[in-house]
Design a protein around this ligand. Sequence first.
Ligand code: NAD
Ligand code: UDP
Length: 348
Amino acid sequence: MRLLLTGGAGFIGSHTSLLLLQRGYDVIIYDSFVNSSYKVINVIKSYLDSDGIDYKLKTIKGDIRDKSSLEKIFKDSIKEGNAIQAVIHFAGLKSVAESVKYPLKYWDVNVCGTKNLLEIMKDNECYSIVFSSSATIYGLTNAVPISEDQTVSPMNPYGKTKVAIENMLCDLFKSNMNLWKICSLRYFNPVGAHPSGLMGEDPIGIPSNLFPYITQVAIRRINLLKVFGDNWNTEDGSGVRDYIHIMDLSEGHIDAIGFLKSKKSIYESINLGSGKGYSVFQIIREFELSTGCEIPFLIEGRRDGDVAEYYADISKAERLLGWSPKRSLKQICIDGWNWQRNNPEGYT
Ligand code: NAD
Ligand code: UDP
């Protein structure tokens, strides 16, 4: 089965690409490389080569806003007699802070880019798509665990583009309910790395998320961690989030593709998280215990727009996809540290 992975060279896309190739899927990665390195493609290839796996991978550099380039990929696949049967749509911009500064850029890439992709899919009779949505769309919620039927109320332009795309997908589904198979995966906090230590998260500049920040403190690229508030209404006063191992998350995409394949038509939004909440202090402690690295930290004021506690109700993913996360927080810390230690400068 041939799949198109937009943004397939990014953090989540690269791990998912490798898993799909290992399981015999034919993969086309389409990525502009604005937030990823071509080196990850070579890592994927050499990993598969060293395992003696025969794989089918094409990598094409391009932007999802470039209609003719996207169109060519679909048409060429049809000419080859190997049409693209489904798309996993990872491509997009994902920084909350940047989206506040440059909202039009986010609407253009995320929303207009997705509209382009959907038009091309429709024109070429490819009706299956798994979309990378985000838990950020739930906004300031007090009700944990968060289930999919909670009202969405995004707090920033990034989250608003994700809601707009979900709405666009839903409208498209309703326009022809016998045709489209759509699954929107709402990720919580993807962290950790491939167990080989060869692939992981490689943020540009200083990381804004907790986990890559901690691994960079561990490697001493950064002196200390700033903990954003110890006076939240949580058990130890620090913020609580749902951290999901990147390998568990990647497996969720394979299950989502299988789910779509088994349906005549469908539209679903599904949370992917660990279903557990861990505080910042718990993460620091577990990281120190699992890796032996000391993480010096300092308590700072709360970060703008933060919430106390956020974790997923994952019963829908378990029920519909037959998916559940398998890896522990300890595994997340060990794999994340292994990647950072082997690649102190990331892919560069
Ligand atoms: P990432 O930045 O590592 O990957 C995104 C990929 O898309 C990158 O390789 C980038 O080069 C590519 N890209 C960006 N704009 C493009 C364009 N116009 N055309 C083609 N390619 C383009 O991010 P990620 O963490 O792998 O996230 C993947 C998706 O999941 C994103 O849509 C993101 O919004 C969503 N998501 C991520 C998280 C997270 O914490 N990592 C959480 C929730 C949702
Ligand atoms: N956090 C922190 N210091 C940092 C980065 C994050 O204390 O340098 C806290 C943040 O306030 C939140 C948790 O760690 O409680 C997770 O933050 P992250 O940005 O990783 O995820 P998000 O808040 O977007 O879910």
